[in-house]
Write a protein that binds this ligand. Sequence first.
Ligand code: GN1
Ligand code: MG
Length: 372
Amino acid sequence: MNNEKIKELCDKFSVKGEFRSFKKIENGHINQTYVVYYFRDGEIKDYILQRVNTYVFKEPVSMMENISNITEYIRAKIKAEGVSAKRLVLHFSTATDGKYYYEDESGFWRCSRYIDDSVTFNSTENLKVIEETGKAFGEFQTYLADYPVKELHIAIPHFHNTVMRYRTFYSSVAKDQSGRRASVEKEIAEYSALEDTACEMYKMQRAGKLPLKVTHNDTKCNNVLFDKDTFEHLAVLDLDTVMPGLIGFDFGDAIRFIANTAEEDEKDLEKAGLDFDKYEAFVKGFVPVVGDTLTDYEKDTLALGAITMTIECGLRFLTDYIDGDKYFGISYPDHNLDRARCQLALAKDMIKKYGEMKNIVEKYLKCNISHQ
Ligand code: GN1
Ligand code: MG
């Protein structure tokens, strides 16, 4: 990307003012994100310009329709509470033809205003930030609780269908496209042994025991914006995978990422594991907000959701490694393998701590507050 191209794209979204500069944000494994600086009315205004990965999102137009509908819906709810929605929900710009995207030979682009005085965290030791992350995803869930689920397009079919994820994994192992299979037989065996655990909640949903709700499906803490001074949560980002799903999976994927004692791609597996303080901080933010909307089965499976999402994510990394790194962005050749090994170590630690994880959820279910 160069200045001319970025400016040309911003022109398509009618960004006003004088183009100053841009930088790439190294955040997320799928889309390419740039922050662009414009000068207008005596100050710098920043915009987020994003190139959607159309290998991953095969129907980006439908995805943008989901996102514009969801953000409008949340905006209306926040305004109805008498609060300004400006910093609490994303606002996408329309291109000159009125659409929420622009497409040319360089890709499929979207543009949104950067939310003033906000920060994101790729990881954090701050328990207040973790609790706020829990509140942010809990509130997101409640804002969309009465959204007409049937109107949502399915951005990625079978996204958290762990039964299908295992099927895909075994098929990749059998094909061994990149010739890497022999080097990862140990990991293949360990992930295979976790299949029943990983598929339990999906099977419960299929059997009608767990309801499908509008869920975010990618609840990493770097998908929440915080006020740069108070660290209170602002908007929830990355709405690409908002689809019908299990609330336990939104809870679980957040825990996988935020409550790991190590980074997602830590090589030293001794460092990976569940941090109870971080886990409890997230539970404290999330559970009281959603608690009284949950069925007994949902309550009972929140902690299992964390184990499930950790196994699933690791299995996806390992599958992609075996396929030759086609899906996730990587920074070095064995990156997906390191991620897969780290998720495996985390999942094994969670399985040991499962009883205590459930107890902590129980504790906060007893102090529900209903969301207005
Ligand atoms: C991807 O958007 P990003 O890069 O944060 C992936 C998630 C994984 C995550 C693992 C659409 O999320 O499902 O949990 O990487 N998103 C998609 O870090 O596959
Ligand atoms: Mg994402």
